[in-house]
Design a protein around this ligand. Structure first.
Ligand code: TTP
Length: 192
């Protein structure tokens, strides 16, 4: 019998990505505080948040036999500054100004847990943005796309036009690294 998989995420992108690899799952809502501790390395932070989401999901499905829970986190990192989701239009524009014409890292962590064990994987990507002028930034922010996205952009959306180069995982940048996810789910008996 295959384990029942729960995706501990509100992100429509993660749902879409998991569907893409043909895995059956249900969504469980979790509310995890995302705050980097002083001195915490960016990658350690992303991994910790993904793990917290998986653990919170596990608590929500508590008591269910053969439940496997998946949590993930994605952050954009430039000069060791972690760019999460912008709070407003001003912050979105500020993030895009800093990303323009430069190469940043995208760290995506995925953690899978059941009642007995837990495992995580991290995907690292490098994304190079073309230079962006103020008009392009203003138009992009006005489109609404930056909101709810780490680094204030969506590679799967209009921001594809900004991406001059990507080294790494497209699905990882979008929010769920599918290669790593698939490996973990197989190990937990939640994917064929
Ligand atoms: C960089 C980038 C991020 N994103 C999204 C993926 C994530 O939804 C979001 C990063 O925020 P997260 O905090 O990782 O996830 P979330 O709050 O959206 O969802 P949950 O915690 O419930 O799982 O940014 C894109 O959709 N495209 C991109 O190109």
């Amino acid at each position: 019998m295959r384990a029942m998989l729960y995706l501990a995420s509100q992100s429509p992108r993660r749902r879409q990505l998991l569907e893409q690899i043909g895995v059956r799952f249900e969504v469980v809502d979790v509310d995890v505080i995302e705050a980097r501790a002083p001195g915490e390395a960016a990658q350690a932070y992303v991994e910790r948040v993904a793990r917290d989401k998986a653990r919170a999901g596990l608590r929500r499905v508590d008591g269910e036999r053969a439940a496997v829970v998946l949590g993930a986190d994605t952050e954009v990192v430039l000069d060791d500054v972690v760019f999460g989701k912008p709070a407003d239009a001003e912050e979105a524009a500020a993030m895009l100004r800093r990303l323009a014409g430069r190469t940043h890292r995208v760290i995506s962590a995925v953690c899978v847990a059941d009642g007995a064990r837990e495992a995580c994987a991290v995907s690292l990507s490098e994304v190079t943005f073309a230079p962006l002028d103020e008009a392009a930034i203003a138009a992009y922010v006005a489109s609404g796309e930056p909101f709810g996205k780490a680094g204030a952009y969506a590679i799967q959306g209009r921001a594809a036009a900004f991406v001059a180069h990507l080294a790494g995982s497209y699905s990882g940048v979008m929010g769920l690294p599918l290669f790593e996810t698939c490996g973990l789910l197989r190990a937990f008996g939640a994917a064929p």
